[in-house]
Each structure stands twice: as C-alpha cells, then as structure tokens.
Design a protein around this ligand. Structure first.
Ligand code: MG
Length: 300
C-alpha cells in the first residue's frame, strides 16, 4: 500500500469512527429543565393482554369505565377494521402497537431477512396510521439476535432508519425505539442512547419511549432520563422495578419519573406492561387510582 492510499484509508476510518459512535455521547442536558411548552397530561392505558375481557370491545369498555384514555395493542394489531369497530362509540384511542424486534431481522447481515423485517415494520406503521396509533414500538435486537457490536448496529440503524422514518411520516405514524435493561439486550439500554440516534437522524418518524421497569435498572436519574429524551418521547410503559408488577402492588415510586414527564410537557400515553397480582377486575382500577395520586404528588 502506498502512503497516499494509506492516508486516505486512515482518514476514512477516523471519519467512520466519529460518525458511528453516537451511543457514547454524554447526556444531552446535565440539569433537568423544562423542554416542553405544553402542560403535561396523564393519559393512562394498558396493553390489551392485561385487561380482562372476551373481546377487544369488552376490554375497551372496561378501560373507559376505569377512566383510561387508550389501549396498547400487540404486534401489528388484529386488523384495521377490527380495531376501528372495537373503538366505535368509545373515547379510547390506540396508544401504541407493541411490535418488538422481528427476531433482530432489521439489523441482520442477511439482506433477505433485513428486507422482510423492514417490509413488515412498514406494514405495522401503515396499520398504526390507519388506527391513529401514537407509534410502533421497535427493539433492534434482544440478546442472541445479533452478534454485531453496538458500533456496527449503530451504522445499520443510521442506514435503514431514515427511509423508514420518512415512510412513517407519510403514513402518519412513527417508530418508537424502546431501551431495555441489560438482562434483555446489550444494545440501547438507556433513553439517552435512543435519543442520540433520534438526534442524529432528526426525523420526526423516528422517536423513542421509556419503560419504568427498564429505567429502574439502567437510569441513574429517572427525571433526567425523560428530560434527556423529551424531544423525542412519545410513549411510556409502567411496571415496578423489582417484580415487574402493577404500580402500587410492591414498593416502587413513580414520582421522580413523572416529574420528568411533567418537565417535558408529556402529552402521550402511559401504558401498563406488567403482571397483576389478584383479581384484575378488582385490582386494575386501584392501580390507575394509585398512578393518578402519584401524578399529583410529582410536583415540579
Ligand atoms: Mg416495555
């Protein structure tokens, strides 16, 4: 290799190293501060599987009776017509589609797997747009679904997400990157890491969410975590940190995190993703009351 070629290669390698290390960036803001212009609202909801009921309509009716605002559906949902029929005559909206990782296919090195994963995510985004969902929850990979190091996964996401984000905007939906604790994935464990990707892409079709269960294990400061990702935050999951059960069913404070939601003027849904001890018809109304009380106590 001649010197000129070597220098050219070294410069390219250095540029690549700078461009892909998005996950190592420090927190975007060191001090919690208001980044939202609206007054935050608590819009409670639950994943569909947690709510007792023989049909989606029955679950929707229960959530409305308990004072909730939305329901989160599994995967790409049961189909546009089925969802719109269940929501007819109701104030309940679709909070999110909990879509997941598609076995890590979107970050796979196999072109066919990646193509299929992207196509299926786009179908979920289309459905989401049709049923008015806040977004489609996406996890790039769980443990065992990719052998690539985080820097390589960063590169793949930065490569595939701009087009997916544009498509999401076109169909009036958005991707919601979900950080998970290190027990579930080695990639994207904290909100600031997802926010670094969102900032880098700067595409309104690519946003993020926070999950109190994962945050309790990974975030040093729950308030700051939400503030750091506030610009891109469009969904929240609720569960306790130890046993991942319903809020109020074991000691776990939601107040510090809720302060963060208030500081960013959070307008989207807070959804149960947890186990429930006891009879759900009796316990769930208590869980929602507990969360309303915590929201009142989260004074900023
Ligand atoms: Mg979650």
């Amino acid at each position: 290799m001649n010197r000129r070629r070597f220098l050219k290669g070294a410069a390219a390698a250095a540029a690549a190293a700078v461009s892909i290390r998005v996950l190592d960036r420090p927190a975007l803001s060191q001090e919690p501060k208001a980044v939202g212009t609206s007054k935050a609202v608590l819009r409670l909801c639950s994943q569909e599987g947690i709510v007792p009921g023989k049909s989606l309509k029955e679950k929707v009716e229960k959530l409305q009776k308990w004072g909730c605002a939305g329901i989160e559906l599994h995967g790409a949902g049961p189909g546009t017509k089925a969802v719109l029929d269940a929501l007819k005559d109701s104030t309940i909206k679709v909070a999110a589609l909990c879509w997941g990782s598609h076995n890590g296919d979107l970050v796979s090195l196999d072109p066919d797997k990646r193509k299929k994963g992207i196509a299926d995510l786009k179908i979920a985004l289309e459905r989401g747009g049709e049923i008015g969902s806040t977004g489609v929850i996406f996890v790039p990979c769980f443990h065992g679904q990719s052998k690539l190091p985080p820097e390589e996964l960063d590169k793949i996401l930065l490569d595939i997400l701009p087009e997916i984000g544009d498509y999401a905007q076109k169909v009036k939906c958005r991707v919601l990157l979900e950080p998970l604790n290190k027990g579930e994935t080695f990639y994207i464990n904290r909100i600031e890491q997802a926010a670094a990707i969102c900032n880098k892409l700067n595409n309104p079709g690519i946003c993020l969410m926070g999950d109190f269960y994962h945050m309790s294990k990974e975030e040093r400061d729950q308030t700051q975590a939400f503030v750091t990702g506030g610009k891109w935050l469009h969904h929240v999951h609720l569960a306790t940190g130890k046993s991942r059960i319903a809020p109020g069913q074991e000691p776990h404070s939601f107040i510090e995190g809720m302060k963060g939601l208030k500081l960013v003027g959070y307008q989207d849904f807070c959804s149960l993703e947890c186990g429930v001890r006891g009879n759900r018809d009796e316990e769930l109304p208590k869980v929602f009351d507990y969360l309303r009380k915590a929201w009142e106590e989260a004074v900023v």
